[in-house]
Design a binder for this molecule. Structure first.
Ligand SMILES: Nc1ncnc2c1ncn2[C@@H]1O[C@H](COP(=O)(O)OP(=O)(O)O)[C@@H](O)[C@H]1O
Ligand SMILES: [Mg+2]
Length: 518
């Protein structure tokens, strides 16, 4: 059991604009269907509709089987409570559990608070927790916690969720969903934030899973290794390629060619009918005998326009990042014996103007800590020395969307805060193809568009050194020397990045040491 049927689904944005129209597709039992499409086209919205978080404005949806959902901002909740900083790891695990377990947990939590005064109520809540499958879920969570973080559930359950890295949060959620008993999984960008080894793990898990899976991914390798069908959301509607990613480019070309042929047929027919009306009008001016023929021609044109819709023109998305920044001194960054407490051994590093340096390492080894430190966040516990070169102003693009101060502010207002006036701000947004969202509040943007808007703020101005976490675009390459023994990622899990860093260092001549386990 496990199918999804979506039929003529439509959804309008709160302002009334149509985002999705006539979306139809089917995911059969055991399919791994990839949902692809340009940024902001509505993929996450479509998954939210299927998950029941939103109500469709038209069409029907049928799901056979138990549903498991991983949202795009796993750990950060949905876009409405992104600023919720109080969540624990247990809250994440509960949010992935079936509703009866979530209800029993809420009841147990309240009963626990009054356990001394109302012991009977507490006993009943415990029994209800067991009946709902709570204890079985805890066994699963414990196993997944060991696999994802290397620690038992008891050791991490009450920790703030934010103490896990983005990749660890995703890995934990994926372990729970893939090992749980849901028949149908909806996974929104499951590979985001995963390190190379975890991506390989995910590829294997998806490829071998017997569940029915609908997932969003932008990773061609993951799509090639796992997708059995591909649903493309495009121009408000959708179309399906019934095979894997290998044949997708060809299928898309044929689809676009067919649309173009259909557009030509439409345009020709419309022109023929318009010409006929013009000709009958001309003749009717000369002779009244042509009046009925003019009426008939006008009526045919009207019916055609009402009945037929011109096939949409699909334009390729073109994003044009500018990460140049201004000229600085030759040496952009010097690090001497820098040690991130509990994460790395002391290491040295020098980065020159123009270098592109990638920081590689398993999830949770401290890559984001390192970049935050370079961005001036002195709360990152460390010892040793680091110094930016003359004229270097860092700009940090972070993997998660932590900008509570931007909530309620439009993109133009945010850029104005960065001293960018309307004209240049619009051209900046145009380069990321988000100029259409200029007056939209930040929190209502799609995930990718939020990333685009943040990069327009962090990289476009006079930034002369750009630190970027996660998106595999342009970033800084360097590698701390040794992983601490207690760090969550074992040396074996870093082997792939070790090779890459080594070969990169060799090819550019910049100093970079491969990590060695102690
Ligand atoms: N509550 C909302 N208010 C206004 N716009 C929204 C809201 N929710 C989504 N959108 C817009 O809908 C579009 C699709 O979003 P989303 O489904 O997240 O896209 P993606 O395909 O990148 O996953 C985006 O342009 C986003 O800004
Ligand atoms: Mg999305």
């Amino acid at each position: 059991m496990g199918t999804i049927r979506v039929s003529h689904l439509g959804w309008r944005l709160p302002g009334g604009d149509e985002l999705l129209r006539d979306v139809s597709f089917m995911v059969r039992e055991g399919d791994r269907a990839a949902l692809v499409g340009a940024n902001g086209v509505g993929k996450s919205t479509l998954l939210s509709l299927i998950a029941g978080d939103l109500q469709a404005t038209s069409g029907t949806l049928t799901i056979d089987g138990r549903l498991g959902v991983m949202r795009q901002f796993v750990g950060l909740g949905n876009r409405d409570d992104e600023t919720d900083h109080t969540k624990s790891i247990r809250d994440l695990l509960l949010s992935l559990a079936p509703q009866p377990i979530q209800d029993a947990a809420a009841r147990l939590r309240t009963a626990e608070e009054h356990a001394t005064a109302e012991p009977i109520r507490y006993a009943h809540a415990l029994a209800a927790w067991g009946d709902a499958g709570g204890y079985a879920a805890e066994v699963l969570w414990d196993e997944c916690s060991m696999r994802a973080v290397g620690l038992p559930l008891d050791a991490i359950a009450d920790r703030p969720l934010r103490t896990l890295s983005g990749g660890e949060q995703k890995r934990l959620a994926l372990e729970v969903l893939l090992r749980g008993d849901a028949d149908v999984l909806l996974l929104d960008e499951p590979d985001n934030f995963l390190d190379v080894e975890a991506k390989r793990w995910l590829e294997g898990e998806l490829a071998n899973s017997r569940k029915t899976i609908l997932y969003v991914s932008h990773d061609r390798e993951l799509l090639a290794a796992t997708a059995t069908r591909i649903v493309t959301v495009e121009a408000e509607g959708s179309w399906t390629h019934g095979g894997g990613f290998a044949g997708y480019a060809e299928a898309r070309r044929s689809h676009l060619d067919k649309l173009e042929r259909d557009r030509t047929i439409y345009d020709n027919e419309r022109k023929r009918l318009e010409d006929l009306v013009a000709e009958m009008r001309r003749r009717a001016r000369i002779s009244e005998a042509f009046a009925p023929k003019l009426k008939a021609a006008e009526s045919r044109l009207r019916q055609f326009v009402e009945r037929e819709e011109r096939p949409v023109d699909i334009r390729e998305q073109r994003i044009n990042m500018r990460l140049g920044g201004a000229r600085t001194g030759k040496r952009a960054l010097v690090i001497e014996q820098l040690e991130l407490d509990g994460l790395t051994d002391p290491f040295d590093l020098e980065i020159d103007f123009g270098d592109r340096v990638a920081v590689l390492g398993g999830n949770g080894v401290g890559k984001s800590h390192f970049l935050r430190l370079l961005n001036g966040d002195e709360t990152v516990a460390h010892s040793g020395m680091w110094r930016l070169g003359a004229g270097v102003a860092p700009g940090l693009f972070h993997q998660t969307h932590e900008h509570p101060e931007w909530t309620g502010r439009t993109l133009l207002e945010i850029l104005h805060d960065h001293d960018v006036v309307r004209g240049p701000a619009m051209s900046m947004l145009r380069r990321y193809e988000i100029n259409g969202c200029a007056d939209q509040p930040f929190e209502t943007l799609s995930g990718v568009n939020r990333r685009a808007s943040r990069s327009s703020c962090s990289s476009d101005r006079a930034r002369r050194c750009c630190c970027s976490t996660s998106p595999p675009t342009t970033s800084t390459w360097c590698q701390p020397k040794h992983w601490k023994p207690g760090s969550p990622s074992s040396p074996a899990r870093c082997s792939r990045s070790r090779t890459t860093a080594g070969s990169y260092a060799a090819s550019t001549g910049s100093w970079c040491s491969a990590p060695t386990a102690r």
